[in-house]
Ligand binder design. Structure first.
Ligand SMILES: *Cc1c(COP(=O)(O)O)cnc(C)c1O
Length: 372
């Protein structure tokens, strides 16, 4: 038996996505820059994919730039965009792809300020109003957190930045698929996406760059992606990504309802155990996310026990697994070192059944009890 509850780390590629991709891995292997027919076929596939993604996200095709995934998109937005000053605002709960890039920016003389985050894991709008300056060049805030699933007030922040010339970047890697994204409604200049978090292939994603936003290329070379991102295109990946975005943006409310129902059933059982605490807001939260701290156990051992029973889960972000460092996100929301270390993240999606959830619940409860 295998119960996969780590969909925030990555998702299983869907059959529909794989079907779309296969011809571009087999027959149509041409380089999109070549003049003969299989080359043109690749080029056409990229164009159609870009058009489809733009239509589904409600933006212009020329505003979608394909990348190798979410990390590259985050790096590009921050390192590449032409900043008017050295002042950048972000949050202390961003994904490492943003935090480490900001660290690099700091080493290049930039001043990085972090917004306050409340105990529910939500950025304080008041803190943005305090820290925003006339010369602030960039604000980077994630749409939804990868560890605790909390949803940030992106629309409100966009409103505040609307009549300024401060750039606004949003890492929407976890949000896509759970929150319907309409780029015309959001006042965002750049937004990062990744395919493998939405049942697409690994190693492909995109950066939305609003028309008129000035940005340098991060990867120099050929003239792909309108001279902005060199490298022979990952044609099959792009085709799969487009299909995944199409599916992700459909039936969002119904899918969420189903997932939230499963999540709440599992969460209810876990919270019955003494010394189990939910991390982050329950209302402003991705429908599939559970993140709890557990008294009196070692999370790494719990994860190994769960794995032996076929339950695949994680501590927080995938990148932290195996390391004994407490989660920086949990520390920010006020958990002590022990509870920040001993957390369990369970991220569900529509492929999980109630039967799986009931089994997982029994296995987790038994494991916790046996470890104590
Ligand atoms: C997974 C993730 C990323 C990184 O995306 P990759 O495509 O794996 O590079 C960035 N930000 C968030 C919030 C993520 O969850």
């Amino acid at each position: 038996m295998e119960i996969y509850l780590d969909n925030a780390a990555t998702t299983k590629i869907s059959d529909e996505v794989l079907e779309e991709m296969l011809p571009y891995l087999k027959e149509f292997y041409g380089n999109a820059s070549s003049v003969y027919s299989i080359g043109k076929k690749s080029k056409e596939a990229i164009t159609l994919s870009r058009d489809l993604i733009a239509k589904k996200l409600n933006c212009k095709s020329k505003e979608i730039f394909f990348t190798s995934g979410g990390s590259e998109a985050d790096n590009w937005a921050i390192k590449g965009s032409k900043l008017k000053s050295k002042h950048i605002i972000s949050t202390p709960i961003e994904h490492e792809a943003v935090l480490e890039t900001l660290d690099y920016m700091k080493s290049q003389g930039y001043e990085i300020e972090f917004l306050d985050v409340d105990k529910d894991g939500i950025v304080k709008i008041g803190s943005l109003k305090e820290k925003l300056r006339d010369d602030t060049a960039l604000v980077s805030v994630m749409y939804a957190n990868n560890e605790i699933g909390t949803i940030q007030p992106i629309e409100e922040i966009g409103e505040i930045l609307k009549n300024t010339d401060t750039l606004f970047h949003v890492d929407a890697v976890q949000a896509l698929g759970a929150i319907k994204i309409d780029l015309k409604k959001l006042n965002v200049d750049m937004m990062s996406f990744s395919a493998h978090k939405i049942h697409g292939p690994k190693g492909v994603g995109a950066l939305y760059i609003k028309d008129g936003t000035k940005i340098n290329s991060l990867i120099n070379g050929g003239s792909q992606e309108r001279n902005k991102r060199a490298g022979t295109e990952n044609v099959a990946g792009i085709v799969g990504f487009a299909k995944a975005v199409e599916i992700a943006q459909e039936n969002v409310a119904e899918r969420n309802k189903e997932i939230r129902n499963l999540r709440d059933n599992l969460l209810r059982e876990l919270l019955k155990i003494d010394g189990v605490y939910l991390n982050g807001s329950i209302e402003k939260r991705l429908p599939g996310n559970i993140n709890v701290s557990i008294d009196g156990i070692d999370s790494n051992i719990l994860l190994m026990n769960l794995d032996m029973e076929g339950v695949m889960a994680s501590i927080g972000s995938a990148c932290n697994s195996g390391s004994i460092n407490p989660s920086y996100v949990l520390k920010v929301i006020g958990r002590d070192d022990t509870l920040s270390k001993n957390s369990l993240r369970l991220t569900l999606n529509e492929e999980n059944s109630q039967e799986q959830i009931s089994q997982a619940s029994a296995i987790i409860i038994e494991s916790i009890n046996s470890l104590r």
